[in-house]
Design a protein around this ligand. Structure first.
Ligand code: SAM
Length: 275
């Protein structure tokens, strides 16, 4: 049999092409990780020139994820579907959740084949964590997938995690419809742990230039204001206290060395579907 030509493989799967800046690897580099290549670092450095406190912002985003998963596990939820889970790093969702609820189950989902392969190797280490290679734009495929249904019980509350994901969907991808499908599918008592890059307080030129950096990456970015982000949810969702706010301010832990507020922010919160 003939081996598939490399170019054909790369055309089918941009995640394998190390010349294409990859949003999971850009994020890994900004967090101080080592799973990244030259094109990823070049794109990340260009972003940091535009947004000098971006590294703080992604760390704040990751710290929010840890606090919010911990808080939701404390509330009694022990099933998580983490969509756009990213490359494995410290304090992955199952580690945080199982610290509070040793019986917690986590299904990791990402559309990037390299992320899914890393996750299979590093995260899905036992019978209570799973990995699905899928795109959030086909949310019904994810929610109905036999592997998801085998791990997650849709008769009991579920926490869906969409952290630093939805800004990779354009208006044409209809993120509001995806959130609405979750509203319909999730059992009572479920929550959505959510963050989104936010343009509030940024110059239009800066936002446009950052958008251009992402334009040639594996997932172009759509910048949104806090008002536009809230509009994705509408009236069918309520927010746990303190609402959808800059992630650093969401139930902060006492900080031994207070840091000045960053201009570049992700907003985040825990949304609850309303009847
Ligand atoms: N959620 C993690 C966090 O906040 O630490 C990782 C965030 S990383 C910035 C975004 C992740 O979303 C990447 O791993 C990327 O591959 C994934 N992603 C982007 N678009 C996606 C899509 N349409 N469907 C599923 N995953 C997607």
């Amino acid at each position: 049999t003939q081996r598939p030509h490399l170019a054909a493989l790369l055309a089918d799967d941009p995640a394998l092409d190390t010349n294409v800046p990859n949003v999971a690897r850009i994020y890994d580099y900004l967090l101080g990780g080592k799973d990244n290549w030259h094109a990823d670092r070049e794109a990340a450095d260009a972003l940091v020139r535009l947004l000098p406190d971006l590294r703080d912002a992604v760390r704040d985003n990751r710290a929010f994820l840890r606090r919010a998963v911990g808080a939701v596990a404390e509330q009694g939820i022990n099933q998580f579907i983490d969509i756009g889970s990213g490359l494995p790093t410290r304090d992955n969702v199952h580690q945080v959740a199982q610290h509070v609820r040793p019986d917690a189950r986590v299904m990791y989902v990402d559309h990037d084949s390299v992320v899914a392969a890393h996750a299979r190797a590093l995260l899905a280490s036992d019978a209570v964590t799973g990995v699905l290679h899928a795109d959030v734009r086909d949310i019904a495929f994810i929610l109905d997938h036999p592997d998801v249904r085998a791990l997650i019980d849709f008769e009991r509350p579920i926490a869906v995690v969409m952290v630093a994901l939805m800004h990779f969907l354009s208006e044409a991808d209809d993120p509001a419809a995806i959130i609405d499908t979750l509203w319909q599918a999730l059992p009572p008592g479920s929550v959505l742990i959510f963050t989104h890059a936010c343009t509030d307080g940024l110059e239009n030129d800066t936002v446009s230039a950052a958008t251009r950096v992402y334009a040639n990456s594996t997932a172009p970015i759509t910048a949104r204001s806090s008002r536009e982000i809230l509009a994705l949810f509408g009236e069918r969702w309520a927010w746990q206290e303190p609402g959808l706010i800059p992630v650093r301010d969401w139930r902060p832990e006492p900080d031994p060395i207070p840091v000045p507020p960053s201009k570049t922010s992700f907003v985040g919160g825990v949304a609850i579907p309303q009847c």
